[in-house]
Every structure is written in C-alpha cells, then in structure tokens.
Ligand binder design. Structure first.
Ligand code: IPM
Ligand code: MG
Length: 360
C-alpha cells in the first residue's frame, strides 16, 4: 500500500523523536512492501519563527490532504522562550489546539501500559507495580475548558479572568461511543470520570454516558469523580480498562498515568475524528531542557506510529511488528536515560530508534 503521511516534527525534542519513528516506519515499509511518502510541515514555535503564526492554512490543508499526520511535540520553555511573550493566540500551543479543531480530532486515545520490563522504573510500590496495568484514557479533545469562551478584563478596577467549561450532549455522546467501542475490543469496562458533585457540565456528561451505555449491555460502566480517580490511579491502576473524560481532566490524568508507566516518554497517543483519519503524537511535551542532545526517549513516538498503522492504515500485522520490536528492545535491556535502571544498557535517542528498527 502507498500512504501519504504529513509529518510535523515541531519544537524541542520533536525533530529527534520523529526522525526515529520515521526510521522505524521505513523499516516496516521495506519489510511489508509498502511505500510511505512523507511531507514535512511546520506547526508550533518553528512555524512562528518561519511564518509569524503557529499554524498556517497551508499546514491545515496539507494535513487534510494526507492519509494521517505524524507529530513530535511543540512549544518551548514558557518562562524563557520569546514565543511566550506573544499574545496567547499566537503561541505554539494555539497552533496545536487550532489543528485539533480544524481536523475535527475530538477523540484522544492514550494507552497506558506498564511493561513488565519497566516495573523498576515505575515509581509505585512494588506490590502495586507487580500487578501491572493496561488501560486506555479516552480524552475528549475539542471541547470543554480548552475551547470555551475566555477573556481577561478589568471589572470594577480588579483584573478578572474567565474560562468557560461547556459541553453539549452531542459532543459527550460521540466521545462516549468511542469509549464503549474500544472497551468492546478490550476488557469491556468503562470508567467515566467527572466532577458531577459540583459541575453542571459533569452532570450532563454522566446522564449522556448512561444513555450511551444502554447500547452496550456487555460493557460495565462505572462513574468516578476526578479527584478520586487521581488517587485510584496511584493506589490501584489495575482496576482500570477504558477511562473516558473531558478535555482538561484527561490532560491532567494522562500525565499522571504516564508517570506510573515509568516515563512520559513511553506514552503514545492517537487523536481521531469520526473516520479513520488521525493525528499521532507522543503524549509528552517538547522537553526543551534536553532538546538537541540525542537523549530523548523516542518510544512514545514510535508507538504512536504503530497506532497510525493500526487505526488509520488498518495494518495490524505491521503495528504488531512495531509493538513487538519495542518489547524485544526492552527485553534486551536497552534503555534511554528516563527509563534507565541498574544493570541495563544506556542508549541515545537515535540508538534506540536503530535497535527498534532492527527488531521489526
Ligand atoms: C497534551 C499537551 C497539550 C494539551 C498542550 C501542549 C496544549 O499537554 O497534548 O496533553 O494540553 O492538550
Ligand atoms: Mg498534556
């Protein structure tokens, strides 16, 4: 098969980790007889430097014309980078949010798996880590606080800022359906996370999720408050299968979930619309402190590329090959600095990419 992939390397460690994912994809193409054409596009800080804006119409149009988008990470150091002197709508993150919205990517799938080889890197107590876990966070990505009306103004001489958390029932229904659909392919349990003891948006969320649940009698649904969920994630992560939640809660909980897998450098993600089109990016940020040092962990990006093969290209065998290669490399003791532990072999970002490509 021939596929056109839009590639946004982005800022910070983005270019390094995406280069490794492309190395692995090229190996997949060679081994399975496919052809992947890459078109490199700018978004985020690098687009600000080149075009004065974090996202251009050209980048949106080229992404839409592609079969899938592979992305690294965007943004810089928020206290020192000149990008953060710009008005909020011209900063790197505005580019990513604008692209998610323009492509209609409302469903963000973040699988969090504790690899048994990495239980040493898991910061939880041994008896919890030894149980392992395998969950998927289904984060709503184009609504809620991220996209509600916001403003900062002076009210009676006092500076006041407002952000709005708004969801309509259709936005909740479509993400709930995605969650139940993936639960059907997994352990058939959905935990819907909200703050229904305080927020109206959460009360509507709960009601709509319950309606959707009726269409999936085989799936067990439970509701959990977001504060309790944060606690349960470190207390007993093995209880979760699919966790579905609104944009901001999902942003926060997925960072927490990534940490208990050993490192945020392990967490892949897929952002999908109603079809099989998607944008694939690691859940972590641009890590400007280690950018350009060939130290970053490319595994999350490589696993995101595997998700692209599986979800957008329907190449299950190929996706399995990538995931198995990651497993084998960990099994053989290769580690980047973030997941290093005693007795293992420390490798650079590009060596990790080489090793994974070799095992494909
Ligand atoms: C993420 C990131 C983004 C988000 C930032 C960079 C805007 O934290 O993908 O989780 O908050 O969605
Ligand atoms: Mg985040």
């Amino acid at each position: 098969m021939e596929k056109n992939i839009a590639v946004i390397k982005g800022d910070g460690i983005g270019p390094e980790i995406v280069t490794e994912a492309m190395k692995v994809l090229d190996k997949v193409a060679e081994k399975f007889g496919h052809k992947f054409n890459y078109e490199q596009l700018l978004m985020g800080g690098c687009s600000i430097d080149a075009n004065g804006v974090p996202l251009t119409d050209e980048t949106i149009a080229r992404c839409k014309a592609s079969d899938a988008v592979l992305m690294g990470s965007i943004g810089g150091n928020t206290t020192t980078s000149p990008w953060y002197k710009l008005p909020a709508n011209l900063r790197p993150e505005a580019g990513l949010l604008g692209l998610r919205k323009a492509l209609g990517l409302f469903a963000n799938l973040r699988p969090c798996v504790l690899y048994k080889q990495l239980s040493e890197a898991c910061p939880l107590k041994k008896e919890i880590a030894d149980k392992g876990f395998d969950m998927l966070i289904m984060r709503e990505l184009t609504g809620g606080l991220y996209f509600g009306e916001r403003k900062t103004e002076e009210v009676n001489g006092v500076m006041t800022a407002i952000d709005t958390l708004k969801y309509d029932e259709n936005e909740i229904r479509r993400i709930a359906k995605k969650a139940f659909d993936v639960a059907m392919q997994r352990k058939k349990k959905v935990t819907s996370v909200d703050k229904a003891n305080v927020l109206d948006s959460s009360r509507l969320w709960r009601k709509v999720v319950e309606e959707v649940a009726k269409e999936y009698p085989e799936v067990t649904l439970e509701h959990m408050l977001v504060d309790n969920s944060a606690m349960q994630l470190v207390k007993d992560p093995a209880q979760f299968d699919v966790m579905v939640t609104e944009n901001m809660f999902g942003d926060i909980l997925s960072d927490e979930a990534s940490m208990i897998t050993g490192s945020i450098g392990m967490l892949a993600s897929a952002s999908m619309n109603e079809t099989s089109f998607g944008l694939y990016e690691p859940s972590g940020g641009s890590a400007p402190d280690i950018a350009g040092q060939n130290k970053a962990n490319p595994i999350a990006t490589i696993l995101s590329a595997a998700m692209m093969l599986r979800y957008s290209f329907k190449m299950d065998k190929e996706a399995d090959a990538v995931e198995n290669a990651v497993n084998s490399v960990l099994e053989n003791g290769f580690r980047t600095g973030d997941i290093m532990s005693e007795g293992m072999k420390l490798v650079s970002c590009s060596e990790m990419g080489d090793k994974i490509a070799e095992f494909v």
